[in-house]
Write a protein that binds this ligand. Structure first.
Ligand SMILES: [Zn+2]
Length: 104
């Protein structure tokens, strides 16, 4: 039997592959990002290791599609630590105080 799977990479398996940020790490990353997007320290490695990889459309993410977008309105920011290899996708679309953007 062929065990071929069309996966994005080894990091998407629950049991093997590199470690991932947990909920607490994600929260720390989100807070740091909101405070200063250009200076987000890794909870495990410290400052100057995190890169903002992409901004993805939040509503598309909910449908399982990764659609690049601008960091405006509802978006998910993808962060990657070059030191420990962890990646995080932070959904920042539930920020309150920005509801006046939807005036149609
Ligand atoms: Zn790290």
């Amino acid at each position: 039997m062929s065990k071929f799977k069309d996966q994005l990479g080894p990091g998407f398996d629950d049991e093997t592959g590199p470690p991932e940020f947990d909920m607490q790490d994600g929260l720390a990353l989100a807070l740091a990002y909101l405070e200063d997007p250009s200076n987000v320290p890794c909870p495990h490695c410290g400052p100057n290791t995190i890169e903002v990889v992409a901004f993805l459309d939040a509503s598309s993410m909910e449908r399982g599609a990764a659609v690049p977008t601008k960091p405006e309105g509802d978006y998910t920011v993808v962060l990657y630590c070059h030191s420990c290899g962890r990646a995080a996708a932070l959904d920042l679309s539930r920020d309150d105080g920005t509801e006046d953007r939807n005036a149609a």
